[in-house]
Design a protein around this ligand. Structure first.
Ligand code: GTP
Ligand code: MG
Ligand code: ZN
Length: 310
């Protein structure tokens, strides 16, 4: 029997069979997915084969080829990966300039990883309603920056509904992943789009301006107008997984574009003479934050060491 994984509860998976039946399934202890060491061998969105064994226990025995997926390092020093979701048409990366702060390093790491695994991303600037004038300016500056790099950016207030129609139109018919830090409003958007979803939400900490890690399991919900939404727990950091230093520049659209003008074809854009990327940086044609993110990934630095420079 074939189905789609719609929920990951940690110890088991909920699968919606193609016939419509929903089943709770387990994964065999020794199940390993084609050599990828992952904390979750099966991810929400995966197409799976399910076999029912004696005693009524259902097991996932195979995973279909993934069209794409979003993967990150499970934790900072870990060699294991964590797959956020598989087979997504669109990732909505929630960005909030305040309460909580989303750093450009986080955004750029996510974008590079999505680029590597061919997942289209739309940047959703949420909580527009509660921004001060200067915070709003900052959000608008970031939208201009990322649009110039080639990404679609949409302002949103999941609470007042500002920007909701445009976003909903963009999501129609697609399998959409909601990603971002804890507290950015992923589940709030979900509830807005699907009133019956009743996903738990919680205010960010007044003292620290950080989220409360309210959503603890990933889950796929169907959209009333077609398509679906995958709500996942907030992500703290985005360690990129399995990327060679020479590859990193390929996943930064702006840097990759500029690198065509570098004197050396194997330029690392760090110190070489005739480097078009460094020239653009000096000439203010490349955002310093993008370059800082590139360096952080080259050296695989802990992103928390980087502060938003403006
Ligand atoms: N003012 C304002 N508050 C919002 C908006 N979107 C969400 N919030 C609030 O932000 C808080 C966190 O929202 P959640 O939806 O729980 O955030 P989340 O991204 O799902 O967080 P995790 O599940 O922890 O990853 C809640 O108090 C929401 O009401 C918005 O657009 N404007
Ligand atoms: Mg949530
Ligand atoms: Zn260069």
């Amino acid at each position: 029997m074939q189905g789609t994984v719609i929920r990951n509860t940690g110890s088991s998976y909920v699968v919606r069979m193609d016939g419509g039946e929903v089943m709770e399934c387990r994964v065999k202890g020794n199940f390993r997915l084609r050599g990828i060491r992952s904390t979750n061998p099966v991810a929400v969105g995966d197409r799976v084969t399910v076999e029912e064994r004696t005693g009524g226990v259902a097991y996932i025995t195979d995973i279909g080829d993934r069209r794409n997926y979003i993967i990150r390092k499970a934790s900072n020093l870990s060699k294991q990966s964590h797959i956020l979701a598989a087979n997504v048409d669109l990732a909505l990366l929630f960005v909030t300039v305040a309460r909580p702060v989303t750093t450009t390093t986080f955004v750029d790491r996510f974008l590079a990883s999505a680029e590597a695994y061919r997942v289209p991303v739309v940047l959703v600037f949420n909580k527009m309603d509660e921004l001060s004038a200067s915070e709003r300016e900052e959000a608008e500056g970031l939208m201009a920056l990322y649009r110039a790099v080639g990404y679609e950016c949409l302002p949103l207030s999941a609470v007042t509904g500002e920007g909701l129609e445009v976003l909903a139109g963009r999501m129609r018919g697609a399998v959409c992943l909601l990603a971002g830090h804890s507290g950015v409003g992923k589940s709030t958007l979900l509830n807005r789009l699907i009133p019956g979803a009743n996903a738990r939400t919680a205010a960010v900490s007044a003292a620290h301006g950080t989220g409360m890690h309210t959503t603890t399991f990933s889950e796929l919900y169907d959209l009333p107008g077609g398509g679906s939404v995958i709500d996942i727990p907030g992500i703290k950091g985005f360690g990129t997984f399995d990327m060679e230093p020479g590859e990193v520049a390929h996943y930064f659209r702006d840097i990759f574009h500029l690198s065509a003008g570098c004197r050396f074809h194997n330029c690392t854009h760090t110190h070489e003479p005739g480097c078009a990327v460094l020239e653009a940086l000096e000439g203010h044609r490349l955002a310093p934050t993008r370059y800082a993110s590139y360096l952080s990934m080259l050296e695989d630095k802990d992103e928390t060491k980087y502060r938003q420079p403006f």
